[in-house]
Design a protein around this ligand. Structure first.
Ligand code: HEM
Length: 151
């Protein structure tokens, strides 16, 4: 069973962190687009967040707890593992609770009557940048902990 949960764990953080990086590249690239095209870009970002980031983050946490079972029972969690679990859990919460719902709101926006970006755009975009950066940074901290942190 450990092999299965490790597979779910690896698939999970691949989807989550890969989707996060795709979001960043798409958001930066869309800055050059006209308002209407830029909002279409945010509809694609919404799909990336809903279909890749959310299930990925959930899979990481579920499989992480399944893998952690034996260590919890023994009460012997090494430092790198504790850091992976803590940072990974907080990052997954930031992604699923803030970044994904904000991306869904951005995906529903349409240009205003003048064909410009609607008022809510900048506020939601700032929130998205903050939440996604925190979630991504925590995911990377978990990744550094489980690789470099083992010495
Ligand atoms: C983005 C976040 C995360 C990344 C990148 C990550 C990465 C990894 C990797 C690469 C492994 C394989 C280590 C090995 O066997 O050599 C692993 C194992 C494991 N992960 Fe995570 N993880 C993350 C989040 C979590 C979370 C949130 C938990 C718990 C809630 C967790 C618990 C575990 C446990 C218990 C193992 C098994 C360690 C072992 O038996 O050697 N991980 N993780």
């Amino acid at each position: 069973m450990r092999g299965f949960w490790l597979l779910v764990h690896v698939l999970g953080f691949t989807l989550w962190l890969g989707g996060g990086i795709a979001t960043m590249v798409a958001g930066v690239t869309a800055k050059r687009f006209s308002a209407g095209e830029r909002l279409v870009g945010y509809k694609l970002i919404g799909a990336i967040q809903r279909l890749l980031v959310a299930p990925g983050a959930l899979a990481v946490v579920l499989s992480g707890f399944a893998l952690a079972g034996p260590y919890m029972k023994q009460g012997a969690v090494p430092g790198w593992m504790g850091l992976m679990m803590g940072a990974g859990l907080l990052g997954a919460i930031a992604a699923a609770a803030i970044s994904v719902p904000t991306a869904a709101k951005l995906a529903r926006l349409e240009p205003d009557t003048r064909g410009e970006l609607p008022e809510a755009f900048n506020r939601l975009r700032k929130r998205q940048i903050l939440a996604a950066s925190i979630a991504g940074a925590l995911g990377l901290i978990a990744m550094f902990a489980v690789t470099l942190g083992r010495g």
